[in-house]
Write a protein that binds this ligand. Structure first.
Ligand code: PLP
Length: 458
């Protein structure tokens, strides 16, 4: 086997800025120890997110020039609609400016007080949109999915039995929709098997509840199925993706992930009536149904990106490069969520620095240190993001996992960038006994991790 190489050459480059550890120390202080508040130009390797950070292809850029900017019925819309229909098979494709806009519309219609939305694991914006509607967002991840050190093929799977018990208990009339997130972003970018999607669909059908995919990383999920699930080795990633979508009644999509665009998304539905209501809401908050919240050029780039993402040379490189980072960190003993997921490596902060308790945000401590030591920006996915202090009892409820996500932007960094990341994480790990916890000194009522400010505990 030869080295799996980047399946592209570089036509256009963007310099990155080097800073000293002393400079980074004061930058962090100024940003309230929250990397979301650091200027991007002060970051050397930006692993904050894989969302909207992809490098577009030459064909996508030429599509930008070729976009049809007509208000209604633009050619770019029809090209996008054709590609999206071809992959998903859904009847109604409704463009939105990003994934959460699709969620806002979907839960704006189906949500509300007393409504429950089961998912394998809700992503933070999905949960926020469900809760904003008055509904409740519930996660039904299998037990193995919650065990950060267990090695299993499909740790994103839904716990079907728990789901069915829940439906029987709450009543199907209170559950407007079941969702599956592929791959499971908040749960470590772990894939969901075709069998699990099929079984979830069976349960959903039995109770007459529609199933929707949170499809942000559908291509990465499809490729894991090809690699790991019996019977799929000889199918193309596209055929597998099509089968995944065939079990669902609709999807929400952030094209900022598996469509290589900097901005874009869509809502897809089979139900005629629901689609009509969704389009009405789209006009109010996003735009006319043939552009949603996007320009014609964005639709053109999204159509092209959706075609490129299913290229198996790309997917081979993509999945391997994440696995490579995971393997090297594991070799030096760094505890990570195993096995490596599709878009990111998640450091397990609980095992990385067991001396810092959840209420002192161990993930945040690692995030700050990675920036200080190497100018690397990562993000905490733990008690900063999901922890809650009970207003009445004052009791702190921590997140089930304390993770630090190193998300890898698509087609942006080369192997030597990744090798540098491995060196920095290894160094932080060697010196981990010096790390200290943090406390929050400011937080917003919703999605606090974006704007919270912290202080190191002395
Ligand atoms: C990114 C993401 C979303 C939200 O999409 P945006 O484009 O960021 O609004 C929803 N679900 C999952 C799983 C995601 O990764």
């Amino acid at each position: 086997m030869k080295t799996i190489i980047e399946p592209f050459k570089i036509k256009s480059v963007e310099p990155i800025k080097f800073t000293t550890p002393e400079e980074r120390e004061s930058i962090l202080l100024e940003a309230g120890y929250n990397p979301f508040l650091i200027r991007a130009e002060d970051v050397l390797i930006d692993l904050l997110t894989d969302s909207g950070t992809s490098a577009m292809s030459a064909k996508q850029w030429s599509g930008i020039m070729d976009g049809d900017e007509s208000y209604a019925g633009a050619r770019s819309f029809f090209r996008f609609e054709k590609v999206a229909k071809e992959i998903t098979g859904f009847r109604h494709i409704i463009p939105t400016h990003q994934g959460r806009a699709a969620e806002r519309i979907l839960f704006g219609i189906l949500g509300g007080k007393g409504k429950y939305f089961p998912n394998n694991t809700h992503f933070d914006t999905t949960r926020a949109n469900v809760e904003f509607s008055g509904g409740q967002a519930l996660d039904f991840l299998t037990a193995v999915g919650k065990d950060t050190s267990a090695i299993a093929d499909f740790k994103g799977n839904m716990d079907i039995e728990a789901l069915e018990r829940f439906i029987a208990e709450k009543g199907r009339e209170n559950i407007p929709l079941i969702m599956i997130t592929v791959t499971n972003n908040a749960g470590g970018g772990q894939p969901v098997s075709m069998e699990n999607i099929r079984q979830t669909k069976e349960v959903a059908s039995r109770y007459g509840i529609p199933l929707s995919l949170d499809a942000c990383r559908f291509a990465e999920n499809a490729f894991f199925i090809k690699k790991r699930e019996k019977g799929y080795q000889n199918k193309t990633a596209k055929e597998i993706a099509q089968e995944m979508f065939s079990y669902a009644d609709g999807c929400t999509m952030s094209a900022k992930k598996d469509a290589f665009v900097n901005m874009g998304g869509f809502l897809a539905l089979n139900d005629e009536k629901l689609a009509m209501i969704a389009r009405n809401m789209l006009v109010v908050t996003e735009g006319f149904p043939t552009y949603g919240g996007l320009a014609g050029r964005d639709l053109e780039a999204m159509a092209q990106g959706l075609e490129e993402i299913l290229d198996e040379n790309y997917l081979t490189y993509r999945i391997r490069s994440i696995e490579y980072l995971g393997e090297k960190l594991t070799e030096v003993g760094v505890p990570i969520l195993q096995p490596p997921g599709g878009h990111a490596i998640y450091l397990d902060a609980k095992r990385f620095i067991p001396h810092i308790p959840p209420h002192q945000f161990p993930g945040q401590a690692i995030v700050c240190e990675l920036y200080k030591v190497g100018g690397i920006r990562s993000v905490e996915i733990g008690s900063v993001m999901f922890g809650k202090t009970d207003k009445i009892s004052g009791k702190f409820n921590s997140s089930a996992m304390e993770l630090v996500r190193l998300a890898i932007p698509r087609r942006v960094y080369t192997q030597s960038h990744i090798d540098y990341v491995i060196e920095v994480v290894s160094e932080v790990y060697r010196n981990r006994s010096h790390l200290r916890g943090y406390q929050i000194i400011f937080e917003a009522p919703l999605l606090r991790h974006f704007t919270a400010r912290f202080e190191p505990i002395v």
